[in-house]
Design a protein around this ligand. Sequence first.
Ligand code: GLU
Length: 300
Amino acid sequence: MTQASSIAPEIPYVGRFAPTPSGPLHFGSLVAALASYLDAKAHKGLWLMRIEDIDPPREQPGASDTILQALEAFELFWDGKVMYQSQQNERYQDQVDQLIQAGLAYPCQCSRKQLKEYTVYPNSCRKNPPPADAECAIRLKTEGIFSIEDRIQGHCQWPMEQVGDFIIQRRDKLFAYQLAVVLDDQEQRINQVVRGYDILESTPRQLQLLKHLNLTPPTYAHIPVIVQANGQKLSKQNLAPAINSKEKHQLLLRALAALQIFPEREIQACAYSDILRWSVDQWDPSRLAMKQEIPEADLL
Ligand code: GLU
């Protein structure tokens, strides 16, 4: 039995792709989109779309549309309407207020400079609350040990004293990714998260939030990330080039190779849509077991 088929068949599968519009779709994000798409299709599930545009200073004007157009050009069609995080502020604020009222989150006025020498927040403002009129960020209290059985990375476990209390709303009032991702996965009823290995370290924070909010965690599969020759992840911050839909046939074959799917010559010669349809039945995340990185150069 493949790991893909180990998901309980009676629970309708709801997955998603949730790009941050800080740049156009690059090859690394194409692989992530394709993996979550194939996993959803292989389980006859829904594949929803969410644009994570909660951090305007990090965004590139027009990137949301460019990403969506690229996904359509690659025939990765999503179900339902696109959710935009920039339109969810009221819901986020309600939850932050409730967490504070429940004593699970607290104001913090520590500056980045004050915390420079710490890898884990030293709980200064948890112990000594700042004055009521101070300009503050909001931190979530963390406690205990969280673990998941990741469908690709296996058993992962995090003692929260190594993670520390973390920010859910910044001093400038913008909401943190950790908060928005958890609330929106719940809002969209996502029960399967397939995303890059680089986000694995965020998972304990998301599990802590889910616990404080009495919500059920999704199942996770963290796929390996594509790395360049210098070992750096292909990412928008590293200015990875946009993918060109004119090369979509070749790029699909490369993205499939990254996911350990290798069509034979006669399949390679088929039309793009046929290869994409064929690959749904070939998807087997157990082939990626424990892999964290895939060098881009191996895929040429
Ligand atoms: N928005 C994140 C990104 O573009 C993905 C978040 C997630 O999948 O949880 O890297």
